[in-house]
Design a protein around this ligand. Structure first.
Ligand code: AMP
Ligand code: FE
Ligand code: FE
Ligand code: ZN
Length: 292
């Protein structure tokens, strides 16, 4: 990884809390990040601002910088496209309205997944899933957790591979924004839209990624998540190149989910990640240029 050695303050800009499918509350995340010696974090829950809203209440008392964040799933037929949004206005009416529509689509999809599992002869109820979510937004990882608890599968991965992922019998598509809509929703809320973990697009060639990034940039994309636990040295270098070529800023984070994603730790990912604070400065500069 080409990070200069003089960087000594580190960050983690991709963290999930109990407001979506993470296992730590925002407060527990802040405490863990402080123990890890991080200077800044962002809680980027799937399709909800609740995690960031709660975390921001501790901005002043916590002694760590907390950037408002979110992660929005976009429609992309060939793979998974997630758009991170940083420094958004958390009270933005238009963004909140958009998220409400997404959340309703998610809720009706969850009911259909549970029905499908029941149709496969599995004893599972919405109440059990709701309990597994701890009161936050329900996602497939919570359904997977119930399947693990009931020993129908051995672990979360097996639940996805057997039942929940695309192409499996309990998979149900949910309403998603088009990439341009997700990007615009973030821009309208004064935020900085960033393409999350580009490898999940399933586009292996640099030329293909070039075209996707050119399109997303046209739509208003401002950055790429370059530093990520699953990006080895080659992918990291490729994403750095792409970011330079398309004049996109670079971000990084661990995608920490706690027990829902074992072996990934706040700030360090699988152990080696160190993401320098200077990336936050570029983000702030970009946000200050977004018309409000
Ligand atoms: P949902 O937002 O409800 O569609 O659930 C998607 C979330 O499930 C992702 O953000 C991941 O946290 C998790 N996930 C997706 N695929 C897998 C997998 N194969 N194994 C474990 N977790 C997964
Ligand atoms: Fe997740
Ligand atoms: Fe993601
Ligand atoms: Zn994530």
């Amino acid at each position: 990884m080409q990070i200069p050695l003089q960087d000594s303050a580190y960050i983690d800009l991709h963290i999930h809390s109990t407001a979506s499918d993470g296992s730590l509350t925002p407060v527990e995340i802040i405490e863990t990040a402080k123990k890890a010696g991080l200077r800044a974090i962002a809680i980027t829950d799937h399709d909800t601002l609740d995690g960031s809203v709660e975390a921001l209440q501790y901005q002043h008392s916590s002694g760590i910088e907390i950037l408002p964040g979110i992660e929005i799933s976009a429609n992309f037929d060939f793979g998974t496209m997630h758009i991170l949004g940083y420094l958004i206005r958390l009270d933005d009416v238009s963004l909140r309205q958009t998220l409400k529509v997404i959340q309703e689509g998610r809720a009706s999809r969850n009911i259909q997944i549970i029905k499908r599992l029941q149709g496969l002869g599995i004893d599972i109820s919405h109440d059990e899933v709701s309990e597994a979510s701890g009161g936050g937004q329900i996602g497939r990882p919570h359904i997977a957790q119930v399947l693990v608890n009931k020993r129908i599968v051995q672990n979360i991965d097996e639940a996805f591979n057997k039942f929940l992922r695309k192409g499996r019998p309990a998979y149900v598509k949910r309403y998603r924004l088009a990439p341009a809509e997700a990007i615009q929703a973030i821009l309208r809320a004064g935020g900085v839209p960033v393409l999350a973990h580009p490898f999940t697009l399933n586009e292996k060639t640099e030329g293909g990624l070039d075209r996707i990034l050119a399109d997303l940039k046209q739509d208003g994309l401002k950055g790429v998540e370059v530093y990520y636990p699953d990006h080895g040295p080659d992918l990291t270098a490729q994403y750095q190149r792409l970011a330079h070529r398309h004049e996109l800023l670079m971000t990084g984070g661990t995608d920490f989910h706690g027990t829902a994603k074992p072996g990934v730790y706040i700030g360090i990912g699988k152990g080696e990640l160190r993401i320098p604070y200077r990336l936050v400065e570029a983000l702030k500069q970009s946000a200050s240029q977004t018309p409000s």
